[in-house]
Design a protein around this ligand. Structure first.
Ligand code: ADP
Ligand code: MG
Length: 488
C-alpha cells in the first residue's frame, strides 16, 4: 500500500464525508474471460452465450490471457504490485442471470495489490490509494420489459471480463470522487484496457459513502451501485451525503445497504441490505489453477506500455513551458495528446497550438458534438495555420476566419484561403510608411494632442492607419512605425 491517507478537511454541516469506490471496468478483449464467445455489444439475446457461459454441466472455464494482460497494464499504470500468483474464487449467490450459482472472481489474492491514482482537484495534486484490482466475470442480464408478465434472461453478458478496481476510503467530497472517476476512466482508456463507453456499461462505479464527525471512527456506509455517468455520480453522492446527515441528525442510525440512484427523482433508494463477504462463502475455484504471472511477462507488458498521461503532462510542462492546467487539458485523452504533439511538431509553436486547441478547436468540437479524432481541422492543418500566425502572414483575427473556413470544408489549403479571402497582413514597411504619412498629414489635431502627451490621440491615429490598410496592417508594426514617424 502506498503513502498515507490524504489529509483533507472539508465539512458538510459539520460532518466529514468519506467515500471509497469500486469500479467495474469491462476489459477490451474480443472474447469472454473464460470462454471464446464474443463480447461485442448489442447482439441479439443469447447469441453470444456458449455452453460455458450457460453453465452447462461438464464444461470448464479456460482463462483468457488477454484479460490478464490488461490487468497487468492497470497494475503497472497505478504503480501497484502485480501478484506473481493469484487465485480465482467462487462468489456464491443465487440470481436468475447467474446460472452457475456463483460468480468467478478473486478474493484473497487479487491480481493487483495497492497502487494509487493521482489527479488534479481544483488545480491541487491529489491522490487516492487503491486497495486492489481483481479479475472477475460479469453476470447475465434479466429482461423485465420485453415480455408481458414474464422476465427473460440474456446471457450474452455472462462471462464478460471485468477488472474491479477498489480504492481505500480516501475521498472526502463528491467533487473529489468524480475527479477520481474521471482520472481512472482516462487512465484505463489511455492504456487501452477498456473502451470507456459508459452508456454501454463498460465503466460502472459503485460509490461507498459514509459521514462522520471529524475525528470519529468511520461511519456506516451505503453503497450506491452502478453509476454510469459522471453527472449522476455527483448528484447521487450529494443526495446521499445530505440524506445520511439528516438521518443521523434525526437520531437514526445508518443501516449498511446497497442503494440505487434514480435520475428521475435525483434520489437514492435502498435496494437490499448489504451482504458481508462471509455470506458469499468464497472458496478457491477448483476448476481454475492459480493464475501465475511471471516477472518476464510483467516486463514485456511494461516495455509495451505507452507514456502515461501524468508523465506526459509533466514532460509537456518541462519541455514546452506549458502551465499545469494546459498540460492537464492536453493530456485529457490519447487523441488529444497525439493531436497536440503532431500539431506542435508541424509548426514548432507549442503555446500557440495549446491556445488554439483549448480555444477555437475545443469550442467548435463542443458546438458540433464531435470528438477530436473526427475534427474537420486535423493537427497538421492547425499547424499550417499557426505557422502563418507565427510568421506574421495573418493576424489572430484573420486566423479565426481561416479556421472557420477550414472547419466548414471550404478548402484544406491554408495559404489558398488566406489568398482568396485577402487576409494577408501588410508587412511591407514602405507601403505602411506611406499610409502612415498620409494619416499623419490628414489628422494634424491628433498629432498635436499626441505631442501634448495624450495617448488617446495616438490610438486614434493607429485606428486610422488600420482602417486605411483595410485591417491588414500588423498592429504592432503600425504602433512602432507610427511612433517613429511622430517622434521623428
Ligand atoms: P465489500 O467488499 O463488502 O464491498 P470493502 O471493505 O471491500 O467491502 O469496501 C468496499 C469499498 O468501500 C472500498 O472502496 C472501501 O474503501 C469503501 N469503504 C469501506 N468502508 C467505508 C466507509 N465507512 N465509508 C466509505 N467507504 C468505505
Ligand atoms: Mg466490494
Amino acid at each position: 500500500m502506498s503513502a498515507v491517507a490524504p489529509q483533507k478537511s472539508l465539512l458538510v454541516n459539520g460532518y466529514e464525508v468519506v467515500i471509497g469506490f469500486e469500479t467495474h471496468t469491462q476489459l477490451s478483449t474480443h472474447s469472454k474471460i473464460f470462454s471464446r464467445s464474443s463480447v461485442a455489444f448489442g447482439a441479439e439475446p443469447n447469441t453470444q452465450a456458449s455452453v460455458v457461459d450457460m453453465a452447462l454441466p461438464g464444461t470448464l472455464p479456460v482463462m483468457n490471457k488477454g484479460a490478464v494482460e490488461r490487468a497487468i497494464k492497470l497494475g503497472l499504470a497505478v504503480g501497484g504490485y502485480v501478484s506473481d500468483k493469484s487465485v480465482f474464487a467462487r462468489k456464491n449467490y443465487f440470481y436468475p442471470d447467474l446460472p452457475k450459482g456463483y460468480q468467478i472472481s478473486q478474493f484473497e489474492i487479487p491480481v493487483v495489490q495497492g497502487g494509487a491514482v493521482s489527479f488534479l482537484l481544483d488545480g491541487e495534486p491529489t491522490s487516492v490509494r487503491l486497495v486492489r484490482a481483481h479479475l472477475e466475470e460479469d453476470a447475465g442480464k434479466s429482461l423485465h420489459d420485453d415480455f408481458v408478465g414474464q422476465s427473460g434472461i440474456d446471457l450474452n453478458r455472462a462471462g464478460t471480463p471485468l477488472l474491479e478496481i477498489v480504492t481505500e476510503p480516501d475521498m472526502r467530497s463528491s467533487a473529489e470522487a468524480v475527479a477520481y472517476a474521471k482520472e481512472l476512466h482516462k487512465l484505463v482508456t489511455w492504456i487501452g484496457i477498456c473502451d470507456g463507453n459508459m452508456q454501454e456499461g463498460s465503466f460502472r462505479c459503485d460509490a461507498n459513502v459514509s459521514v462522520r464527525k471529524p475525528g470519529a471512527e468511520l461511519g456506516t456506509r451505503r453503497e450506491i451501485k452502478n453509476l454510469n455517468s459522471f453527472r449522476f455520480m455527483q448528484q447521487a453522492i450529494d443526495f446521499e451525503i445530505l440524506w445520511q446527515i439528516e438521518q443521523i441528525e434525526d437520531g437514526y442510525a445508518i443501516q449498511q445497504a446497497t442503494v440505487l440512484f434514480d435520475p428521475d427523482t435525483g434520489e437514492t433508494r435502498a435496494m437490499r441490505t448489504k451482504e458481508d463477504a462471509a455470506d458469499y462463502r468464497y472458496f478457491p475455484d477448483p476448476d481454475l489453477p492459480p493464475l501465475v504471472i511471471s516477472r518476464e511477462w510483467v516486463a514485456r507488458v511494461q516495455a509495451a506500455m505507452p507514456e502515461l498521461p501524468r508523465v506526459m503532462a509533466k514532460r509537456l510542462i518541462e519541455t514546452h513551458g506549458l502551465s499545469v492546467y494546459d498540460a492537464d487539458m492536453l493530456t485529457a485523452s490519447q487523441h488529444t495528446a497525439a493531436y497536440f504533439e503532431a500539431a506542435t511538431s508541424g509548426c514548432g509553436q507549442p503555446k500557440l497550438v495549446a491556445n488554439w486547441m483549448m480555444g477555437e478547436l475545443s469550442k467548435r468540437l463542443n458546438g458540433d458534438g464531435l470528438e477530436i479524432a473526427h475534427a474537420p481541422v486535423q493537427a497538421l492543418l492547425l499547424a499550417a495555420l499557426v505557422a502563418r500566425i507565427q510568421d506574421q502572414t495573418i493576424s489572430n483575427n484573420a486566423a479565426r476566419q481561416v479556421f472557420d473556413a477550414l472547419w466548414n470544408g471550404e478548402s484544406a489549403d491554408v495559404d489558398a484561403l488566406i489568398e482568396s479571402k485577402g487576409l494577408k497582413q501588410m508587412n511591407d514597411t514602405t507601403a505602411l510608411e506611406a499610409i502612415i504619412a498620409d494619416v499623419v498629414a490628414a489628422n494634424p489635431d491628433n498629432v498635436v494632442q499626441f505631442k501634448a502627451g495624450k495617448d488617446k490621440a495616438f490610438n486614434a491615429l493607429v485606428g486610422q492607419v488600420m482602417k486605411a490598410s483595410k485591417g491588414k496592417a500588423n498592429p504592432q508594426q503600425v504602433n512602432d512605425l507610427l511612433r517613429a514617424a511622430l517622434e521623428a
